[in-house]
Design a protein. Structure first.
Length: 594
């Protein structure tokens, strides 16, 4: 490509302005060295050489690395080309930029990726020629101060709105704040078949689903409870950086339910590639972890919650620093893609204690795969013919086996009544229908997509909720609105969104939205019933009761202790309430089994 020509057309390409352009060179004697740089006044490049060249890249020909150098996002293009014998026959360097984080999780830095790769190739061919670097910096540098977004959930946009009355929470006690939100001022992602720009991290979402399989759901739940998540990977790191972005995006709290929460929701902070040089940063983050009895308040100036993050690393020594993270994910090596049998990532919490998907997760994953199979460009792994074989032989490896209590209970209910069969049918319908409202106008499903910077924040339409004038019966085993157990518009199997990535995002945001909306109703009912005790005393209003039927409708597995812990943490974090969850038990011939 002609970099000179591209530099003169930066407005048409809409490249984000850069605060710094630099070249990192690996010297066999001096190690990592910044051999050329240009940056805006006040920008620090301390440590950027280690962020741009993670461990293990020397075995690769090229890679793309994303990182955070607060208050900037960074992207660097690594290249390893043949060189003279004096240089050990290799020239290893990385060309990178810093862009303001005010443009989003990565500041749209991926839009520079293609140009940086070309710059790296041209500079490696002649390291004495700085002309192209000079020109690229001058053509794309920041000319005016960049302002940070006004609120955590916002990105640059010229159009604002206030939530209408239909977004009013069903209970006044949690309606403690009214916020303005940014929405898209263009329709760049609204057209069917609209594609994301090249190198956009969200393009990895189909592979993300395929890589984790049913494990995507416990990982999503860990992100939703804002735990510190560390992905340990080998080189190359581009895919792992993309997965960091995916985890952060999928765990967003939809604005359509944000007013139901006891405090303004913040997002999981993506740190992207980190290393041993970031240990002091992680130690500082560990000090900012909030007690579980208090809602989070401390945030960075871009909406990320302090003490909560997701990142990837090639430095395996960080695995031993278990005090610095909550959940560690060990990614399979790149060559395992050619293995005869599927190699899955492993999730541990804490280190050494594996986490597996539940049987409900497995059923939901199968439904998700069937939905994604609608796309003609579906990878082989999401093809229906291969899905059945994969489900039978491979997915079971990463899922919890049914407990004897679950088997006994299911067998008894099958013998005693059709109730269990009905519950299973409703559960399956709920999992299948998360994609059914794909036929509605895209603007209704992706109502908070920031199109101008291609951030992907699709949100749920407001879920139907019961009226406050019609309270539910005071029963711990109440049957709540069916809108939360099945939900979604009925329709065919097709989708007019025309974009697999957007469907995946919308799917997980519907999961989150329905979870939060239903829990908000449980909390509302608990307030009307006088808390767990139901006697109306003020002291009882701090707790809520969650039945087994509630767990089913929340999309959780009633037999999983991890799911029970998850819903307790969600209630405490987002609603400020202690939750008591009903235990699984049943009676036969007057004998109670637990």
């Amino acid at each position: 490509m002609d970099l000179s020509a591209s530099a003169s057309n930066i407005l048409s390409k809409d490249l984000p302005p850069i605060a710094a352009l630099f070249v990192i060179y690996f010297d066999i004697k001096a190690g990592y060295t910044i051999i050329w740089k240009k940056c805006t006044q006040g920008v620090s490049l301390d440590g950027v050489e280690f962020k741009s060249l993670p461990s293990g890249l020397h075995n690769l020909e090229e890679d793309l690395v994303y990182f955070v150098q607060a208050p900037y996002a960074g992207v660097s293009a690594f290249i390893n080309t043949p060189a003279a014998e004096a240089e050990r026959n290799a020239c290893m360097l990385s060309v990178g930029v810093l862009v303001p984080l005010s443009y989003g999780r990565l500041g749209r830095s991926w839009r520079h990726a293609e140009n940086l790769k070309e710059l790296a190739k041209k500079f490696a061919a002649n390291t004495e020629d700085h002309a192209l670097l000079e020109e690229y910096y001058e053509s794309n540098r920041i000319h005016e101060p960049i302002e940070a977004p006004e609120s955590p959930a916002e990105s640059p946009s010229s159009l604002r709105y206030r939530p209408s009355s239909r977004y009013k929470p069903p209970f006044d006690s949690l309606n403690r704040h009214t916020r303005t939100r940014s929405i898209s001022d263009t329709a760049a992602l609204a057209a069917p078949g609209q594609a994301l720009s090249p190198y956009h991290p969200a393009l990895s979402l189909p592979e993300f689903v395929d890589t984790f399989g049913p494990l995507i759901f416990p990982l999503y739940r860990a992100a939703l409870t804002r735990q510190r998540i560390l992905l340990i990977t080998g080189a190359p790191v581009e895919l792992a950086c993309n997965f960091v972005y995916d985890v952060s995006i999928l765990s967003n709290i939809p604005l359509s339910v944000s007013d139901l929460l006891s405090s303004e929701p913040s997002r999981l902070r993506p740190l992207f590639s980190i290393g041993v040089h970031d240990i002091p940063l992680l130690e500082e983050e560990a000090k900012r972890i909030h007690p579980t009895s208090q809602p989070p308040h401390d945030r960075d100036n871009l909406g990320g919650e302090q003490g909560s993050w997701v990142a990837c690393t090639t430095d395996g020594v960080l695995y031993l620093k278990s005090e610095l993270y909550d959940v560690v994910v060990s990614m399979p090596p790149a060559h395992s893609k050619n293995a005869k049998q599927k190699v899955w990532p492993t999730i541990e919490c804490p280190a050494g204690t594996p986490i597996k998907a539940t049987q409900r997760d497995l059923a939901r994953y199968r439904a998700l795969k069937r939905s994604l199979a609608r796309y003609k460009s579906t990878p082989p792994s999401t093809d229906p013919s291969s899905t059945q074989e994969e489900d039978r032989d491979s997915c079971e490896q990463v899922c919890e086996k049914p407990t004897w209590r679950e088997i006994a209970y299911s067998s008894f209910m099958w013998w005693a009544s059709a109730g269990e069969k009905r519950r299973e049918t409703e559960t399956a319908a709920s999992d299948e229908l998360f994609f059914e409202d794909g036929k509605r106008p895209r603007s209704e499903v992706l109502d908070d997509t920031v199109a101008n910077d291609e951030e992907v924040h699709p949100l749920l339409p407001t879920s139907p909720r019961r009226s406050n004038s019609s309270p539910l019966p005071r029963s711990h085993h109440r049957r709540r609105s069916s809108a939360f157990s099945v939900g979604g518009a009925s329709g065919g199997g097709g989708s007019d969104l025309g974009n697999m990535e957007m469907d995946i995002i919308a799917y997980f945001h519907r999961l989150t939205g329905r979870l939060m909306a239903y829990l908000a109703e449980i909390v509302d009912d608990g307030e009307g019933d006088g808390g767990i005790g139901g006697d109306g005393e003020a002291g009882d209003e701090e707790g809520v009761f969650i039945s087994l039927e509630d767990l089913d409708k929340l999309g959780l597995d009633r037999y999983s202790e991890l799911d029970v812990t998850f819903v307790k943490n969600i209630c405490l974090r987002y609603f400020g309430r202690e939750a008591m969850v009903e235990g699984v038990s049943w009676e036969c011939c007057g004998i109670r089994y637990c």
